[in-house]
Write a protein that binds this ligand. Structure first.
Ligand SMILES: [Zn+2]
Length: 165
């Protein structure tokens, strides 16, 4: 991703996937989920921003924030690190659910916290965050979503997160 990232993202809306790595078993301090010990591994969160996508991603990347959404309890947790962000440019909101289902079915990923992050879901997803013991390669993500040719996928590696600070 080159230096024009900021101008590219600034004008965009769409659906995104946040890829997190958790290095050791962790509890999060949200009262609804505090009884679950989360296993180390990879976490994929599916979200949508139909405006201000850039500032939304910035917010997710920021470690210190006022916790509002479920995902804030992951993104601000010291044991979780955000590794990569995938953006599905201009994808409409329901695509968030579509992607969750696609990943769940095709990659056999699990909803580790039921009802996590899907407060405004209209499609009865169990949650909007999936867990995988192994990292899902970007090649398999591209392959999986290949049928959606009209949607441009941008991915942002950790070393480009400074654009969002
Ligand atoms: Zn959903």
């Amino acid at each position: 991703m080159t230096g024009d990232l900021e101008s590219k993202i600034k004008i965009s809306k769409g659906v995104y996937i946040l890829e997190f790595f958790l290095s050791l078993e962790t509890f999060i301090d949200n009262k609804n989920f505090s009884n679950y010990k989360l296993p180390n591994g990879w976490y994929y969160y599916f979200g949508s921003a139909q405006k201000n996508l850039f500032s939304r991603i910035s917010r997710h990347i920021a470690k210190y924030k006022r916790k509002h959404w479920h995902i804030d309890y992951i993104s601000s947790n010291k044991n979780f690190s955000i590794n990569r962000v995938y953006i599905f440019e201009n994808a409409i909101k329901k695509y968030e659910c579509f992607l969750t289902r696609l990943f769940e079915k095709k990659l056999k990923l699990t909803h580790i916290l039921k009802r996590f992050g899907n407060g405004d879901c209209e499609n009865k997803c169990l949650s909007h965050m999936l867990y995988s013991k192994e990292q899902i390669t970007k090649e398999s993500i591209f392959n999986l979503t290949n049928e959606l040719k009209k949607i441009n996928i941008i991915y942002i590696e950790q070393n480009n997160f400074f654009h969002f600070r």
